[in-house]
Ligand binder design. Sequence first.
Ligand code: XIL
Length: 330
Amino acid sequence: MFARLAVATVALLLVPVVPASAAGPLKDRTNRYVGSAVAAQPLNSEADYRSVLTREFDSVTPENEMKWAVVEPNRGQFNWSGADAIVNYARQNGKSVRGHTLVWHSQYPGWLNNLGSSELRSVVQQHINTEMGRYRGRIRAWDVVNEMFNEDGSRRQSIFQQRMGDNYVADAFRWARAADPSAKLYINDYNTEGVNAKSNALYNLVRTLKQQGVPIDGVGIQTHLSIQYGFPTSMRQNLERLAALGVDIAITEADVRIPLPADSTKLNTQANYYKQVWDACHAVSRCVEFTTWGFTDRHSWVPGTFPGEGAACLFDTNLRPKPAYTRINP
Ligand code: XIL
């Protein structure tokens, strides 16, 4: 009797007891890909993190592990350990992978700063070839160019823009298509949810690229929101106009920050925001993916990046579903 009790107790302690939704996992609620950013470290070391990810999502985006500064910190010196771990997890668990990201003004290695125009150009092409080539056929979609616009719709003066000129975008997409013809190629940005100066610029660029025959397949709308700003109510209209250009749409990095401390009113507002993003995607047939930037408040970039804000994810630090989760998966 005591032995049986002890065994039961030990089993209870070992198996992470995280309630699933009465409705079933989120990934089964929709025909869109339902994804999350994931980090290799907790994926390897936290059984409850891994099990909720596996249960609820059918797509993963490496949060940092495929960024240039991580994969090639010094020229010619590669570190694929985190990226490999996530891609292997995906293969073993039947998950789709979103590759993130190839050409970005942030988290690139410092050695790029020492390169002149023509060398940078060939190094970027080589980077795209090497990284996409390593995972060829295993990545559903790639964020090829990330965050290239300023808020006013002008081009961000990144080293790529400054040294390679306006054509760096078209070049990157052409190189990417050649490196892995099976991957959907996306441009990705933030604060482009509603109709505004930045999303107008994005729209105009994608239209031009399509007219020029540049191989671009989709637009990623990051969707980092905060309840202290109003919801971008023109989101559906914006997704519709982008889709009308003949590209897919993906919600790539959704999270909804809360000024701390969170309380039930704020969590309810957050739930409304998540639901509106979910609905905007589902209102547009070409919106093929709903991905959140992490799924648990235990591991979220928000508190470190936006001081005083947090609690931005669908699950709390103990991996219990929050009101936002229940709102989109009642
Ligand atoms: C963030 C990660 O979440 C952090 O861990 C890292 O320190 C900085 O980058 N837009 C993007 C993502 O495209 O790559 C960023 O990820 C969040 C904003």
